[in-house]
Design a protein around this ligand. Structure first.
Ligand code: MUC
Ligand code: MG
Length: 382
């Protein structure tokens, strides 16, 4: 039997290419937790847990992810059968409530390790890839309409992205509508415009906002109202033609079932970290498919590692009607992978190597790790 021998968690902080302005915070750095697992036969696996803007997006931060992994998950899993991931996942779910990103980071590392031992990809373990490449949207969130338009032009001319998600909800609704309208006008029919409100609107604001967005030609509104207001999400889904997407409300399969039963969303943003791992994310996907809800490959702005894991899973989904937003590594000033993911032609390639198909670059991890030595701090690292 191959056993789980050692679990290490590493917080890394990587600057973003520009300020990323969301309704609840402005990010200048993305922090994530890399999890490295060593197994008794000498094999290894990597996973990643991430959140956004400290504790402003959701209930987990990188500090809480690391604490949950080091103090609760690792001691429980050491010595357990490395090949029995469903069992390990069940143990985690029983002993650690919530903490989905922490559980996802460890679970992903177990899938990566198992696939490597079998000489195959993680996608193969989830049924095999259907797609060779996945479409990738980009988030315009500089906080300024002109800067966003220039950025969209650059993405279009480089053929990097043509679907744009605008982060709104920080300004007054009417100012946001003017902002979205100016970008939609500039992009025209060369791309699509979607918005993410990150729960910032009351139902009254959302009615006004969603109606305005629909008139502007925006095609989708993500999580306009707080996650607790399922009734509001449902009212918007049923009251307007524009697609309403569930994000923060989806903390795993049970929420997915609730939203599906209530017909409270047209689309699910499926996130590996938010779901609690690749297996529960696959269950969220199954519920959406059974309920006729559209699918979108969401991101927690993971670095290349977590992004590669998500790419593996989403490559096995027959139809991603709304594509993906797996652009996390492109928001960072530096790719932490030894071999960067291949982004071009408005899409990302599904890595075909063993496991999640890629590995972190040890020197980059050393450089960006929060607990790195002072000598590296002295050379100007953030
Ligand atoms: C979210 O709320 O969807 C995804 C893209 C982005 O810019 O932020 C994330 C989080
Ligand atoms: Mg969102």
């Amino acid at each position: 039997m191959t056993t789980i021998d050692h679990i290490e968690s590493i917080i890394i902080d990587v600057p973003t290419v520009r300020g990323h302005v969301l309704s609840m915070t402005t990010m200048m750095t993305q922090s994530v937790v890399l999890v490295h697992v060593r197994f008794s036969d000498g094999s290894e696996g990597w996973g990643e847990g991430a959140s956004i803007g400290g504790l402003s997006y959701g209930p987990e931060s990188v500090e809480s992810i690391k604490l949950a992994v080091d103090s609760y998950i690792a001691p429980m899993l050491l010595g357990k059968d490395a090949d029995r991931i469903a069992a390990a996942s069940g143990l985690m779910a029983r002993a650690v409530k919530g903490n989905h990103a922490a559980r996802a980071a460890v679970e992903t590392a177990l899938w990566d390790g198992l696939a490597r031992r079998l000489g195959t990809s993680v996608a193969q373990l989830f049924g095999g890839r259907i797609h060779e490449r996945l479409p990738v949207a980009w988030t315009l969130a500089s906080g300024n309409s002109d800067t966003d338009i220039a950025e969209a032009e650059q993405m279009l001319s480089e053929r990097r992205h043509r679907d744009f998600k605008l982060k709104i909800g920080e300004r007054k609704v009417k100012d946001d509508l003017a902002h979205v309208a100016s970008i939609a006008r500039a992009v025209g029919d060369r791309g699509t415009i979607r918005v993410d409100v990150n729960q910032a609107w009351s139902l009254t604001e959302a009615r006004y906002g969603v109606k305005g967005l629909q008139e502007i030609g925006c095609v989708l509104v993500e999580q306009p109202v707080p996650r607790e207001r399922l009734d509001g999400l449902r009212a918007l889904t049923q009251g307007y033609e524009i697609a309403i997407m569930a994000d923060e409300v989806l903390q795993g399969p049970a929420d997915a079932m609730r939203v599906a039963c209530e017909r409270a969303a047209d689309v699910f943003a499926v996130k590996v970290c938010q779901s609690g791992g690749l297996l529960p994310a696959a269950e969220v996907i199954a519920i959406a498919r059974a309920a006729g809800i559209g699918l979108y490959g969401g991101t927690m702005l993971e670095s290349g590692l977590g992004t590669a894991a998500a790419v593996q899973l989403f490559s096995t989904v027959p139809e991603l009607a709304w594509g993906t937003e797996l652009f996390g590594p492109l928001l960072l000033t530096e790719e932490i992978l030894a071999e960067p993911l291949d982004y071009r032609d408005f899409s990302v390639a599904v890595p075909t190597g063993p496991g999640i198909g890629t590995m972190p670059d040890p020197d980059k991890v050393k450089f960006y790790r929060r607990d790195r030595s002072d000598s590296l701090r002295a050379v100007g690292a953030p």
